[in-house]
Design a protein around this ligand. Structure first.
Ligand SMILES: *Cc1c(COP(=O)(O)O)cnc(C)c1O
Length: 396
């Protein structure tokens, strides 16, 4: 045994943090790391944000958990605010992204069922997608590495190449219920779907009576510079799963739907014990207080531009290390020419934290309230990391 009773499912970096302050994580030794991993796009407002801490502490002194046997006022309020600021009329709260996707998939299947078309349960998804690690969401994501060894793949998902809109339309059969896509693939390697393609998917769904289901678990809640990424395309989905950033570090997610799409989700057909817990709702409402402030998202866009320009300069400077900058808003990636895990380790050696993703990309996910100064520090650390890698390669 390796000295731990934990499952060995994670290859953890040899770092142990004791506390966080804004964009920084701090070890017991006092060593400080600039955190552009953000708990994988979760810490949308950094660590220990005073407004979030106050919201959680106030709620903790009143009530932690009652289940969904009773009214939870924080749920009513957060659902109302999400509805007012999106396409949605209805919201179901969950504890995680995968559960939000499970609810989205069930909502889509149930919609066709109550319309008298129970045969319409299949969902079209895209290669490179990541929708979670439950049995249904690994089937939806379709990645062999996550499916292997877990028995028969859950039925009902048909996958086409990312961004191949013609293939998606060709894959439609009388059994298709909807199309599920991340407007920007996160785990898949920060691949954004051109807005024109999202508009075409909307048209295809309308033409075939399908539901358009978006996974904005990673790209939602201001990450791209709009509250939700679909806004860039000027379209609206029928169903959307969110999580990560809405909790700012407290585990929570939600499935949002139009009144029409949610019509099959009646009393007793779906449920959760913890979902919509008062502590989670207090934090979710506090995150929205900040993200919906006037000018907040404009600042995300401004900082994104500055960061991207700096990154483009570094890519030009180190063509042996980096191939290109990718992404939207503060959901950015550096496609690497060297193994992304080596690049990530070189960043870490410079007290800078990022996250590897698919397609040999390193993801950069700063808090949305990152400062200009911190962006400069990040660029310096990235340059220093690249320099150490290119001199090592040169010496070899
Ligand atoms: C992280 C993620 C999920 C899964 O969320 P969990 O909270 O880990 O279950 C689903 N979809 C996308 C796009 C994600 O980034």
């Amino acid at each position: 045994m390796s000295g731990s009773a934990l499952y060995e499912t994670f290859a953890r970096a040899p770092l142990t943090f004791e506390r966080g302050e804004g964009s920084w994580l701090i070890e017991a030794s006092g060593a400080r790391y600039l955190d552009f991993a953000g708990g994988i796009a979760v810490n949308s407002l950094g660590h220990s944000h005073p407004h979030l801490v106050a919201a959680l502490r106030d709620q903790a002194e009143k009530l932690w958990h009652v289940s969904n046997l009773y009214n939870v006022p924080g749920q009513q309020r957060l659902a109302q605010r999400l509805a007012e600021n999106t396409f949605a009329d209805r919201v179901f709260f969950t504890n995680s992204g995968a559960e939000a996707l499970e609810c989205a998939i069930k909502t889509a299947r149930r919609y066709h069922y109550v319309n008298g078309n129970p045969e319409r349960y299949r969902i079209i998804t895209f290669e490179g997608a990541f929708h979670g690690r439950t049995l249904a969401t690994i089937a939806a994501g379709g990645q062999a590495k996550y499916l292997e060894g877990f028995g028969p793949k859950v039925e009902g998902f048909d996958q086409v190449a990312f961004g191949d809109i013609e293939a998606a339309e060709k894959a439609i059969t009388p059994e298709t219920a909807g199309i599920l896509i991340e407007p920007v693939q996160g785990e898949g390697g920060i691949r954004d779907l051109p807005t024109e393609k999202l508009r075409r998917l909307r048209e295809i769904c309308d033409r075939h009576g399908l539901l358009l289901i978006l996974d904005e678990v990673q790209c939602g809640i201001g990450r791209t510079g709009k509250l939700f990424a679909y806004e860039w395309a000027g379209i609206e989905p029928d169903i959307m799963a969110i999580a990560k950033g809405i909790g700012g570090g407290f585990p929570m997610g939600a499935c949002l739907a139009t009144e029409e799409a949610a019509k099959g989700m009646t009393a007793g057909v779906h449920g959760t014990t913890f979902g919509g817990n008062p502590l989670a709702m207090a934090v979710g409402n506090a995150v929205l207080d900040v993200v919906l402030e006037d000018g907040f998202l404009d600042e995300v866009k401004r900082k994104s531009l500055a960061f991207k320009q700096g990154l483009a300069g570094i890519v030009d400077e180190f063509p042996g290390v980096f191939e290109e900058v990718r992404g939207v808003g503060l959901l950015l990636g550096l496609k690497c020419r060297m193994p992304n895990t080596s690049v990530n380790a070189a960043f870490r050696a410079n007290n800078f934290l990022a996250v590897p993703a698919g397609e040999n990309v390193v993801r950069l996910l700063p808090p949305l309230n990152v400062t200009d100064d911190e962006i400069r520090i990040a660029l310096d650390a990235i340059r220093a990391g690249a320099k150490s890698l290119s001199s090592a390669a040169g010496a070899a």
